[in-house]
Design a protein around this ligand. Sequence first.
Ligand SMILES: Cc1cc2nc3c(=O)[nH]c(=O)nc-3n(C[C@H](O)[C@H](O)[C@H](O)COP(=O)(O)OP(=O)(O)OC[C@H]3O[C@@H](n4cnc5c(N)ncnc54)[C@H](O)[C@@H]3O)c2cc1C
Length: 394
Amino acid sequence: MTAAGPVTAMSLPERAKRAAKVAAKYADAVDREGRFPSEALDAMKAERLMGVMIKAELGGEGASLSEVADVCVTLGQACGSSAMVYAMHQIQIASLNDYAVGSAWYEEFLGRVCDEQLLIGSATSEAGGIGGNLRNSICAVDVVGDVVRLEKDATVISYGEASDAIMVTSRRNADAAPSDQVSTVFVKGQYTLEKTTDWDTLGMRGTCSEGFIFRAEGAKEQILPRPFAEIAAQSMLAVSHLLWSALWYGIAYDAFARGQSFVKAAARKNPGQTPPGALRVAEAANLLQQVKGNVVSGLKQFEAAKGNPDALNAMSFAVAMNNIKIGTSQTILTVINHCMLICGIAGYKNDTPYSLGRHLRDAHSAQLMISNDRVLGNTSTMLLVNKPDPSLVG
Ligand SMILES: Cc1cc2nc3c(=O)[nH]c(=O)nc-3n(C[C@H](O)[C@H](O)[C@H](O)COP(=O)(O)OP(=O)(O)OC[C@H]3O[C@@H](n4cnc5c(N)ncnc54)[C@H](O)[C@@H]3O)c2cc1C
């Protein structure tokens, strides 16, 4: 039996709940101090959660995206930053699982992720006008013989300092067009990070998403064999929108639970009288169900399309995935705002069982994390030629 044996004998939801308990304990301190949620990450690693989506032959558990999304929901209820770190790591894993197939370097690397519970960061955002435009790069990989070198002015690399490896987008070579991109994973020891910006933000403070000049040197085979255009269209965009939405739903669910507890406590104090917040709890429950339905239907659509490049490349699929991100990122703010109105000052204060400040601040990142305007702009172009599918069973 491996060291992982006793833990992985337990169900994934059970292990996620145990890690979430630790994340919840430190969530307010992580938020207040704007520090990396190291206790939560240690707990996730102890629960062997980092490699669950990797196939069993490489040491993982072959968990589905829906199962991983459910872990994100559980973590999101405890600590938005911890859940976001976990979700971003799994977005990289999803890409590597499907788009590094046949690469000996990546098989060994994914094995290491499982064995050593490595954490993978991501550097797509770039200075020089690229911003959140995932599908364009200025920097380029420089391949000489078997060696690849890369320097990137990365405006945001979440948990850059805490990462064990970072997946970076760039142009294929110095002569390539901005959209002719590749993606490369560099492991700790192969890169240096020169900090350029701090991360003192409204919310998601524990993601420590600082800016860095990223300089790396590795082996040529670390450049992913498939073009980044394919990885982004068929995996990264959809998986990002689904896992982010799952954890955002978790944040909103915890806010709802606090609002509901507030009303229940008020009802106990005055038996026979319905507290004024009760109607608003019902409204919040309705909105929360819309968020859940959005995420569940998106996950179903993704699992059905998985492995079928035509389905994953379809405009209707891209429109649906974009809509999940837009809908969820907007609706969670309304849900949490309802909860704030329900709890009143007890929700506004930072030191009560009904405090909602962290939830609201974390939730505000959702609309900016790839700007909703950018996503809507992309959808609007597709809708010039594509008709949404009206079918409920298709
Ligand atoms: C918590 C958090 C963690 C993050 N972690 C990472 C990470 O690990 N790695 C990483 O690479 N990035 C990360 N990001 C960055 C993120 O994914 C986006 O790239 C970034 O937030 C975009 O920055 P921006 O708003 O300055 O730029 P832009 O996307 O350029 O947007 C700036 C403004 O311009 C407008 N705009 C720009 N272009 C368009 C357009 N085409 N159509 C309509 N409007 C437009 C938007 O309305 C927006 O308000 C993270 C962000 C957050 C919030």
